[in-house]
Design a protein around this ligand. Sequence first.
Ligand SMILES: [Mn+2]
Length: 424
Amino acid sequence: MQVEKYKLENLNEQQLQQHQRRFETLAADIKNVNSILQQLIDFQIAIPSWALGTGGTRFGRFSGGGEPRSLEEKIEDVGLLHALNGSSGAISLHIPWDIPQNAASIRALAAQHGLRFDAMNSNTFQDQPGQAHSYKFGSMQHTDKTVRKQAVEHNIEVIKYGIELGSESLTVWLSDGSSFPGQLNFRKAFERTLESLKEVYAALPDNWKMFVEYKAFEPNFYSTTVGDWGQSLNYVQKLGPKAYTLVDLGHHLPNANIEQIVALLLMDGKLGGFHFNDSKYGDDDLTVGSINPYQLFLIFNELVEGMNARGMTHASDLGWMIDASHNIKDPLEDLLQSVEAIKIAYAQALLVDTKELEAAREANDVVKAQEILQQAYRTDVRPLVAEARLRAGAALQPLQVYRSLKVRENLIKERGLKTVATGL
Ligand SMILES: [Mn+2]
């Protein structure tokens, strides 16, 4: 299914007057409104291929119908999102779930939808049918060299697919670790993992980045071999200039100060990418901004400040991706909500009066510093985000258009009710 331009414009037209009234009121109070709008238009968030189907938990999966049955249909789904919100101009693939049979035609299809290929993701956390060696006791950390070699070769194969598609980065997330005290020699596990990562790093093209993602726990429940940002930073510093830490919001222990982690990684030039989601307890994969939007804003405040301090381009110098997968919502509706929440937090961070904030900090005016941040956070920036979408040729209200055009009903008609997308 395609979103027909005239239908989208008709729906925008119906809301235009109300939108303009709200936007003009807000814009009157913003000094550099046009440059903020341009930053919002430029800011694209990659959609992971595995978020397009209904996610499962280890207790079950409730398929929603009309899920994409192939890589082509996944690209079409992201194309739909991008047509609606103008902000989802990239897709992140996962190997082996998304092996392109014909890279040239896949590239052409993505280009038709205005999409590029974001980071490629490898998978050494599951055994695939016919696989020679099991990852039950880890992949890159494994005691057996032949298992490590298989994991390294898989990652090199993922890079190869990525090159064919025009991607420029590889994300490595390892589930390696241990579930019981005594199971693992931590030092040897680190050294083996580093050695394996070095072999993958050596296969990276010059213009590629490698992201090393950390996670505190799950599926291993005693130790994780890339368990936190300190461990990831340790690996990437030893690997070299093409290696970066990737922060996934759901991969921390409860109450971790993620905004501080982000600030320090940026300071070291070692923050490479970002996975958005939200959580209350752990790696809950909930919709971005659904539980803790203030934390998301505080993180964006550090991202904007830290990137500006290093003269970085917000839209392109870090990898921005959603990493979530839900078991009860329509995945496309959920992704529209997620992108909206990210844009809102980014817009609020762009409103922070950084000069005033810095002055308040230098003067130890704690109250004023808090007021400055909360002034930005409590501003309803939705008309600003909607205006950016309008100028990008997308929908003023993406979710409303999605429902008005009966997108899910149409996808079910096209693909059937009992389709299951590859993924978890
Ligand atoms: Mn992730």
